[in-house]
Design a protein around this ligand. Structure first.
Ligand code: GTB
Length: 218
């Protein structure tokens, strides 16, 4: 069954692949699953029709038959469980990859979100600079530990897996920052993820939405 996902009609990231539908697109491209996209305005996100699918009024969502999901991690786990190639078959390897999927979302991404929130909300506050330094320190600590766990391996949990889709997608948020460049193995890991043809297709598809929007505006 061809799934339908949702995405921003006008993504605030201007096609940089940071909105979370990109993660889902990447997973679908990796497994060769074609899909449709329903594009939503900010107003439509908060309307009852969308909230029936996504209680928090956000993108992305995923619908395929009677499967209806609204958390990116759960969507990618579902894609990986229903298609080959994104999780190992054997139990220990599979559990390890799923563990790293959660680590990406629960351990690595939160301090990055905290930094983004501080930059956005607290920049002009008296505590803004100190909070920024604290958030950057937290990220540096997490990245050093992640670098230790990755070591010289190409991927975080054995063969390329759904864990790498999530981990690279999280690292994309700090791409080009000193924090990431200080960890050359992690920067190379992200570049490896970005160079995958499935990632390139997913990136191009979400960028095309922004380009069409700009062209329509003239
Ligand atoms: N827990 C949910 C999940 O992981 O699926 C969180 C989903 C989420 O944060 N969705 C965001 C959203 O719909 C878009 S992706 N926000 C609208 C709202 O809450 O009203 C997060 C995002 C947005 C924008 C950028 N950007 O501009 O760079 C990057 C990431």
């Amino acid at each position: 069954m061809r799934p339908i996902i949702t995405a921003f009609a006008a993504s605030p990231d201007r096609g940089r692949g940071l909105a979370r539908d990109s993660r889902v697109r990447w997973a679908l491209e990796e497994v060769g699953q074609t899909y449709d996209v329903r594009y939503l305005s900010f107003a439509e996100l908060k309307e009852p029709a969308h909230r029936a699918l996504q209680p928090f009024g956000q993108i992305p969502t995923y619908e395929a038959g009677d499967i209806r999901l609204f958390e990116t991690g759960a969507i990618i786990l579902h894609i990986a469980e229903t298609h080959g190639g994104l999780l190992p078959q054997e139990a220990a390897g599979r559990a390890k990859a799923i563990n790293w999927m959660f680590a990406a979302l629960s351990t690595i991404e939160p301090p990055i979100l905290e930094l983004e929130s501080t930059r956005f909300n607290d920049r002009d506050k008296p505590w803004g600079a100190a909070r920024t330094v604290m958030a950057e320190d937290r990220i540096r600590t997490r990245l050093a530990d992640l670098d230790g766990a990755l070591g010289d391996a190409p991927w975080i949990a054995g063969a390329f897996s759904a864990a790498d889709i999530l981990m690279c997608s999280v690292l994309l948020r700090i791409k080009g920052s000193a924090m990431l460049e200080e960890q050359p193995r992690l920067a190379a890991y992200l570049a490896r993820g970005e160079s995958r043809p499935a990632y390139q297709r997913a990136f191009a598809d979400q960028l095309a939405v922004y380009q069409r929007l700009m062209a329509a505006k003239g």
